[in-house]
Design a protein around this ligand. Structure first.
Ligand code: ADP
Ligand code: ZN
Length: 802
């Protein structure tokens, strides 16, 4: 008997209108009306996603499909008899669309369609549905909350490598030993050697055997003819970490703070603590407090309960070192499982294989950057977001989702525990913890009783340089580096700006070399002998004389500091020291990152100079000195989070010092030594900083005390952009006139007024609640008329205001 899934209309389900697939009917007047509430379209019966109906149910012969081409509509297709049983909610399918064939995702299975002449589905991709019902629901939430078309949200939840029509497993020739019956035939010594390798390994790729035995394929073929080995094509999984030699680790005995934190997490998982079901924890633990060990043991507990885990880390913290800690713990013992890794440095093939290991349930743990939040772990018990304050969790293109916030929503939907961890929590998360929305776990001291490093602030205004302006290094920093070199300890120097000089100026006429496409000055890269734009990548040879025709001054000068200059000056000051620079200019190939860090760990480098790439998560016991060259750089930004960012950066960079037996020292060079961000960071005082900063945010109703939506209009014609922005403001005022707690700021040129030849104007909306506002904005977007060359980007909860 076939069980018919119950018909349910979830109270908040997105009932959609759908149109006949062959012709374009006009959009409903207000798309969101139809999309959200079912008004404007036929109210269809939609199946509850949890019940996961399959088209085995004979009555469900129509599949509703979201196509990959952005049309903000869904289409109904007939499930042909030969595909019955293969189509599920979440299946990827190929369908006819006009004269074309396009890919889409099944979002519902229904009994009948209100449309006639439905065309049949052509093909189902993959044996199992690729998008799980949970992920499908999450994609819908993203579409609604972040104001983007559902197809765009849906597209981002599956990696490109997985969305291909054919599964991309790599097949290779493998050699297997085939135990011969009876007497072994006579073999040469060479053949015996080869056979011994094959027998020892039982099975190995042909290429590997050829390399190992130093032989040719013909020789192996001859062994095959004798019936001693078999050669066959086989799926060969790509393992990006195959070269790593990972030694198993055991759980550490937790200290009291760690134990308390873990106990609270476990209590909720076991359903014995308060907040059973889904709970979000904020784990505020200083750098080196042993947060990772808590994560590892919480994951172990989830595995014991038969559930999987997702660990999000910022892209730049996805070092082999981090990944190894997770792989090593779960590489053995009763909880042994594969740990899948997802990040942008994988090849498409590697990503495909890692993803399918998760989908097949062989990898129960996923560690990855932002988009790993969509990993199809089923059932999901735990989501960890490490360094939750990191801005790289926000995607800067549509859908502009924040992976931390998506994690919290996914946790709620799938009844999983969410742990947000940081030494410098975002004010948003800390505020949520203070309000009781998240549960706060505190670990105020370092795990191994190492002291927090001593932070000294150097006032660069006081550093004389014989009337030439401030030097690059304060005397104190130079002395400290000298001492470290003598003691064979290591130093990290941090400056969040790459290049040699940040501008090229003419002291006579005031000319500054600017990007022809963007409203920024060009940075001079000396090694490459180029003036480069860090926004659009424009590059030009530096002029020898001032390009201003009226001036032609030969004494043009470079001003401002970048990491390349720091490296250069260091090698002159400390000729015997081994200095290396790590920024995106020095990382050309994908191994460079691990090579440099490997050299640093092995002590081959005395001083490592770098941008924010070296600020996060690195753990080197021999680093006893950290220098921050220009700590106030991030303060001078037109962004309400400038102080928060500065506080976080100083605290995180300082956290790299003194992780070993010798106490660490941090020297902060600044021109604004008394700024609260710098002073609170000096004292490792997060809550002090929070209290001070929140006061300022409250006055202007900035997050965490309000929500922000940033609307950016872009176009090549500045007048049209400015005009469109004014028009948008009027429309917003009309639509939102009864909205009480709303502030509309702008329009005004964006801080980055022009980028890649596009002029940019912005409006900022601030309000107490976002979900209603998103809905209103989506409604407005559907009817808003803008000139053709002007585009509008909506960024909900933006982290980048430029
Ligand atoms: P965080 O992630 O909070 O910055 P880590 O997890 O990297 O901190 O831990 C810092 C160091 O302390 C690591 O070397 C780790 O092995 C060590 N550590 C963590 N927990 C313990 C413990 N309970 N006992 C001893 N050492 C620990
Ligand atoms: Zn540019």
């Amino acid at each position: 008997m076939l069980r018919l899934a119950p018909l349910v209309i979830p109270p908040d389900a997105n009932h959609r209108v759908h149109e006949d697939d062959s012709e374009h009917k006009p959009e409903p007047a207000t798309f969101h009306d139809a999309f959200v509430s079912g008004r404007g379209g036929v109210r269809e019966r939609v199946f509850d996603l949890d019940s996961r109906p399959s088209a085995l149910d004979l009555f469900l012969v129509v599949a509703r499909v979201t196509l990959e081409i952005a049309l903000r509509k869904e289409f109904d297709y007939l499930i042909p008899p030969e595909l019955v049983g293969q189509v599920e909610v979440g299946s990827r399918v190929k369908v006819p669309f006009g004269p074309r064939q396009v890919m889409g995702c099944v979002t519902a299975l229904i009994e009948t369609s209100t449309h006639v002449n439905l065309k049949p589905l052509l093909k189902v991709i993959g044996a199992r549905s690729l998008v799980t019902p949970g992920i499908l629901e999450l994609a819908r939430w993203i579409g609604d909350y972040y104001c983007c078309a559902p197809e765009i949200a849906l597209k981002s939840v599956l990696p490109e490598a997985v969305r291909k029509e054919r599964e991309g497993w790599r097949e290779r020739l493998f050699v297997r030993s085939a135990a011969p019956g009876g007497d072994s035939p006579k073999l040469t010594k060479r053949q015996q050697e080869i056979l011994k390798i094959v027998e020892e390994r039982r099975e190995l790729p042909l290429q590997e055997l050829l390399a190992l035995a130093g032989t040719t394929a013909n020789t192996i073929r001859r062994l095959e003819d004798k019936g001693l080995v078999a050669i066959a094509l086989q799926v060969s999984e790509r393992d990006p970490y195959a070269r790593e030699n990972i030694l198993p680790t055991q759980p550490l005995a937790l200290n009291a703070e760690q134990g308390k934190s873990l106990a609270q997490i476990i209590a909720v998982m076991d359903g014995s603590g308060p907040g059973v079901g889904s709970t979000t924890f904020l784990l505020h633990g200083v750098t080196g407090s042993g947060k990772t060990e808590v994560y590892l043991q919480a994951i172990a507990h989830a595995l014991e309960r038969g559930k999987g885990a997702i660990v999000l880390v910022p892209e730049i913290a996805l070092t082999p070192q981090t990944v190894e800690r997770f792989k090593a713990r779960f590489s053995h013992g009763p909880l042994k499982t594969l740990v899948a890794v997802l990040h942008s440095h994988l090849s498409a093939g590697e990503r495909h294989d890692e993803w399918h290991k998760i989908r097949q349930g062989r990898a129960r743990i996923v560690i990855g950057a932002r988009s790993a939040i969509f990993a199809p772990v089923e059932p999901l018990g735990l989501i960890i977001v490490d360094e939750e304050h990191e801005h790289s969790y926000k995607q800067e293109e549509s859908p502009r989702y924040h992976a931390r916030d998506v994690a919290v929503v996914r946790g709620r939907m799938e009844k999983a525990i969410v742990v947000l961890g940081s030494a410098t929590p975002s004010l948003e998360s800390y505020h949520n913890a203070k309000k009781g929305k998240y549960r706060l776990l505190e670990m105020p001291s370092r795990a191994d009783d190492k002291k927090m490093p001593l932070v000294r602030v150097v006032d660069m205004r006081q550093e004389g340089n014989k009337g030439k302006g401030p030097p690059i290094f304060a005397q104190r920093l130079k002395d400290a580096i000298t001492t470290r070199l003598e003691r064979k300890e290591q130093t990290i120097l941090f400056l969040n700006r790459r290049g040699f000089a940040t501008s090229l100026q003419c002291p006579k006429c005031g000319y500054v070399a600017e990007c022809p496409n963007c409203s920024v000055s060009l940075t001079y890269h000396r090694r490459a002998q180029r003036l480069c734009c860090h926004i659009c990548g424009h590059a030009a040879a530096p002029p020898n004389v001032c390009p201003n025709d009226q001036c032609r001054n030969a004494a043009i000068r470079f001003a401002g500091l970048g990491t390349e200059k720091i490296e250069d000056v260091l090698t002159k000051l400390f000729p015997k020291a081994n200095v290396r620079r790590m920024d995106s200019d020095t990382l050309q190939r994908k191994e460079d990152y691990r090579t440099i860090l490997g050299d640093f760990r092995r002590g081959k480098i005395d001083i490592l100079v770098g941008t924010q790439m070296i600020a996060k998560g690195l753990h080197f016991p021999n680093v006893t000195l950290v220098g921050i060259i220009h700590a106030d750089l991030s303060l001078h930004q037109a962004d309400f989070r400038a102080a928060e960012r500065t506080f976080q950066l100083i605290t995180q960079v300082a956290g790299r010092a003194g992780r070993g037996d010798v106490e660490g020292e941090v020297i902060v060079q600044t021109f604004t030594p008394f700024h609260p961000a710098i002073q609170f960071a000096r004292r490792h005082d997060f809550t002090g900083f929070y209290d001070e900063e929140v006061g300022f945010r409250e006055q202007l109703r900035y997050p965490p005390l309000g929500r922000v939506a940033l609307l950016t209009l872009k176009g090549r014609n500045e007048e049209k952009v400015a005009f469109s922005a004014e028009h948008l403001r009027k429309e917003l005022e009309k639509v939102l006139k009864d909205w009480k707690d709303l502030i509309i700021a702008g329009p005004a040129p964006a801080p980055l007024a022009r980028a890649e030849t596009f002029y940019r104007h912005q409006l900022m909306l601030r309000s107490g609640r976002m979900s209603h506002l998103s809905r209103e904005l989506a409604r407005l977007l559907m009817v808003l008329k803008l000139p053709e060359e002007v585009t509008l980007a909506v960024d909900i909860d933006p982290v980048n205001l430029a």
